[in-house]
Write a protein that binds this ligand. Structure first.
Ligand code: CTP
Length: 216
């Protein structure tokens, strides 16, 4: 029970940014990795606040409070409720980076003309939490298609993180939709923990073990 009475905030899954009442901008994240992390911490006695975007997957451990959200704005608002008092925050969700400037109140009808959607940036939740950080250990994810270490390290610094979990989205078996993942965890002193391709449940346990080393 290495995390008895510790509070962990975790985001998981995609976000959906509405275009009209029936359409949205989203992505292929299933939330599987983040839910596995929530389960792994809960198994070690932690109290977990899981902020979960739209997915059919659900956690099972009763130490996990699951807060269902749809948009990035809702996810951000929910995180702000729990960030202040948590010991560790792990942002594994795939927040849509852009949302429509206007949401149509009725279903957009098709016509022969092309249509243009104007998009604006969503709030970068992890970046904002990095600015608010005090005692919390802040952990981010970096899903990259090239220059993994370089891009992940620059995210670690830019977002004021303690650890970043980096993985490639291009190799078979990694990332969205797969049951397996291959990650490298990097800290602020450039120390790297390199792991093999494994089941997401095992990856989650590796993340728990590394986080434990850094917990004050
Ligand atoms: N993240 C977040 N809120 C956002 C976008 C991302 O909290 N609006 C978090 C993710 O949960 C993840 C980390 O930021 O932990 C990395 O997200 P990513 O999209 O890879 O990084 P970006 O900063 O958006 O950079 P880019 O998309 O250009 O690679």
């Amino acid at each position: 029970m290495q995390f008895q009475s510790k509070k962990i905030l975790i985001t998981a899954g995609p976000t959906y940014e509405p275009i009209d009442p029936v359409r949205f901008i989203g992505n292929r994240s299933t939330g599987k990795m983040g839910i596995a992390i929530a389960e792994a911490f809960a198994k070690q006695g932690a109290l977990v606040e899981l902020v979960l975007g739209p997915t059919h997957l659900r956690p099972t451990n009763k130490n996990i409070n699951c807060h269902l959200v749809e948009t990035g704005a809702e996810m951000y608002a929910e995180c702000l409720k729990y960030f202040d008092t948590c010991d560790v925050a792990i942002m594994s969700s795939a927040v849509a980076d852009y949302k429509p400037v206007e949401v149509a109140s009725q279903k957009i009808k098709k016509s022969d003309a092309t249509i243009t959607l104007t998009l604006e940036k969503t709030t970068d939740i992890l970046f904002e939490l990095g600015k608010l950080k005090k005692q919390q250990l802040l952990v981010g994810f970096a899903l990259e298609t090239e220059n993994l270490i370089e891009n992940a390290t620059s995210k670690l610094i830019r977002k004021n993180l303690d650890l970043i979990v980096a993985n490639y989205s291009s190799t078979a078996g990694e990332g969205f939709g797969f049951d397996t993942n291959k990650v490298i965890i990097i800290d602020r002193n450039n120390k790297m923990y390199n792991f093999e391709l494994k089941q997401k449940e095992q990856v989650a346990q590796d993340i728990v073990d590394v986080v434990e080393k850094y917990l004050k």
